[in-house]
Design a binder for this molecule. Sequence first.
Ligand SMILES: [Fe+2]
Ligand SMILES: [Fe+2]
Length: 401
Amino acid sequence: MKRRILFVDDEPNVLQGLQRMLRSMRNEWDMDFASGGEEALRKLEEAPFDVIVSDMRMPGMNGAQLLKEVARRYPNVVRIVLSGHSDREYILQLVTTTHQYLAKPCDAETIKDTVNRACALRDLLTSKELSALVSQIKSLPSLPSLYTRIIEILQSDDPSLQKIGEIVSEDIAMSAKVLQLVNSSFFGIARRISNPVQAVMFLGLETVKALVLSVQIFAKWESSKVKGFDIERLWHHSMTVGAMAKRLAETEQLAARAVDEAFTAGLLHDVGKLILAASLPDAYQKVMAASKAQRIPLWRAEEQAFGTTHAEVGAYLLGLWGLPTSIVEAVAWHHRPAECPARTFCPLTTVHVANALWYQSAHEEDNVQVLDTALIESMGLAERLSAWQSLYDQVAAQGGK
Ligand SMILES: [Fe+2]
Ligand SMILES: [Fe+2]
């Protein structure tokens, strides 16, 4: 089925330019064009769209107002801003309603790639209800102790950006959010950033301060919400898997960039659990109980209840937010790496191995994650397993640092 894409811009020549530039996509996309917010909303009312790509500064309803309305009425629609104003103040208006930001002038390849990736990820998440739910997420809950610390530092007289970066890089939710921001083309970075500390450095103190204190993009986890969901434990698991994935990437001599990606993918691999627990507390409580009662991994119980797992849910959000592909892939397939088209040792493999070793060492019989030894063998790395186990023991002994 053809994707339906709606482009919105008040300048007719921009729309004509887009039309010309994207002509080659006619067989795959059904494209429609609106000259303003009101017209866009009318078109959305007439027929469903998969993606909306909107200008920011327009007379009447501006891009931020339009996307906010689209988010409210049509949560399933992927929302992308294509703005000529690289002014950072706009990001504050857009940060909670927009999935991705593109800067004008934008070449055809970037638009095609961004739209197609967003749609492919949505296909991965087959449940319409869940994809609507994930598309509506503005921020995720953080570990309360880290949240309190970051607020304290930001409100102090002389906040240290380095310290802020370190705290952010220990938190799943904060890391995901800063990576979304720096990877938006608002900031004009040529390559994607996958290291949360670098991301904070790049945003700078004033932007981070404004985002946290006035726009409140970070939120504190309310422990009373889901009985039996232990965020401290998820945090410890995620930090350990992140640290181990990084060490594995280093030992197997992946490039520096892949080492960063391995750490971040490990830290974020179970972000879907956070999404599900925070958004569907009652249902998730039942899923956790079912996993215990039937002695099956949590993701199997999720599959029974939702038709999908925290892996797809997490990957969908991170992809929608524009995080690097290798991180999104690692999150999507961390339980079933053989289903990913990538067949070489990569950040996905490091996360899969690190996660499986954690469960093996934790001796959680009812929640066992099986290591795909056939895949490791097919990569010619079977004899590395014992070295990886000792590496894991070191990482675990250091408390996942
Ligand atoms: Fe998982
Ligand atoms: Fe995990």
